[in-house]
Design a protein. Structure first.
Length: 407
């Protein structure tokens, strides 16, 4: 069967709709928040708080009325989501728990030297930690006192009890029941996973089927490399073999995007629904560097012709766009990056740098749209005012200030 030919524009539309970034956005309800997490497949958690942390930012982008406490409620009270490794540390739908048990078991017999060294360091602690949590209930790292290791463990010099908690979490012997502030609180799985959740151990084929179809529902269309990148549960060889099986059984459509070399795949029902659709959404998005659309840089470059690097990990003299530059998406095109910091003491959203593409002009329309989005982003970050750094060009500041004054 010949691949279905689609244009790069159609491909972008399919991806943006699947990522909930085109069309009608979700309301304020907690159920809408859960629906977004289920659709995206995972919600990356990150410690950086230059602006609101990534998990809140990603949800707010798709749910402008997003209420941050809903995420805590979904984890702690409703037990509809849990934390584990998706693409990275992530919130995941509780209904998908059994597939991550497959990954947890891989950490019981891991061959990695670092992991073996950590297990050796903590082997006498782990049974006693489990026993304490079993008897006392949920506990956090600060509830355990221990002498810091004299050895260089390579894990940020954590105390052994903290490393032991994380190892038990990786192995699935403990789960994160909630967070206090941003600190993890651990408990036994049987007290975190509701009884009605299917916990039957999946077969290797079931895991492959889950990873491929979950990825495609979230991504819209994806290459084999994209599928192997996004959730990272099954082995690469297993995914590759199962992909071929799904294609042979006509459960997947093969897609050729313009002249791009890599073949793409899609679920037939999604490709039929979204192909040939046009981008009608005129909204502008300020995206998190850890947004599900952004995180796979190779895919972003291939499908959207956008070369992006988060520069907080780049030495200061080599930064081009700023410490925490956020991608700007408008009408299905990445138009630039904006370096923003939320000064919480001064309640000020500081615009430190703005960089637009060579063919992008800060027109009246774009200036107006961006001004509205910055005002919304200011409120989301609990700031009262917006300030511009002298690193921004005078013309850009003047254009945006004029638009802001009209709002």
């Amino acid at each position: 069967m010949k691949p279905l030919q689609i244009t790069p524009g159609d491909a972008k539309s399919i991806v943006l709709r699947s990522q909930l970034l085109e069309g009608k956005q979700k309301g304020k309800s907690k159920s809408a928040t859960l629906e977004i997490i289920k659709r995206l497949g995972y919600l990356q958690i990150d410690t950086i708080s230059v602006v609101e942390r990534s998990h809140h930012h990603i949800l707010w982008t798709r749910q402008p009325g997003y209420i941050a406490n809903h995420l805590n409620q979904l984890q702690e009270h409703d037990q509809e989501i849990f934390e584990y490794w998706g693409h990275a540390a992530a919130y995941l739908p509780m209904e998908d728990f059994r597939f991550y048990q497959y990954k947890m078991k891989q950490f019981l017999n891991t061959k990695g030297q670092w992991f073996k060294n950590s297990l050796e360091l903590c082997k006498t602690l782990m049974p006693s930690i489990l026993k304490r949590i079993e008897n006392e209930g949920e506990l956090s790292s600060k509830d355990f006192k221990s002498t810091p290791s004299k050895e260089n463990t390579g894990w940020w010099n954590w105390k052994p009890s903290k490393i032991a908690l994380e190892l038990l979490f990786w192995q699935g012997k403990l789960m994160i029941s909630k967070r206090k502030g941003f600190q993890k609180v651990y408990d036994l799985p049987q007290r975190v996973v509701p009884n009605h959740i299917n916990q039957k151990e999946p077969t290797n084929e079931e895991v492959c089927d889950y990873q491929i179809k979950k990825s495609l529902r979230a991504l819209g269309l994806a290459s084999e490399k994209d599928i192997q990148y996004i959730l990272r549960i099954a082995g690469k060889k297993d995914i590759s073999a199962y992909l071929k099986k799904l294609i042979e059984n006509k459960q997947l459509s093969q897609i050729q995007v313009g002249k791009l070399p890599a073949p793409y795949f899609a679920l037939p029902e999604l490709i039929n629904r979204y192909a040939e659709s046009s981008l009608k959404n005129n909204k502008i998005h300020i995206l998190s560097p850890f947004d599900n659309l952004i995180i796979n840089r190779d895919r972003l470059r291939e499908l959207f012709a956008f070369n992006y690097t988060i520069e907080c990990y780049v030495p200061a003299p080599k930064r081009k766009y700023g410490y925490f530059c956020l991608p700007l998406l408008w009408k299905g095109t990445f138009i630039g990056q904006i370096d923003i910091k939320a000064d919480r003491k001064q309640k000020t959203l500081l615009i430190q740098q703005m960089h637009f593409g060579k063919k992008i002009k800060l027109s009246n329309e774009l200036s107006s749209k961006l001004a509205i989005k910055l005002l919304e982003f200011k409120t989301f970050n609990q700031c009262d005012k917006i300030s511009f750094s002298n690193k921004c060009s005078v013309s850009e500041i003047k254009s945006l200030q004029n638009s802001l004054n009209k709002k």
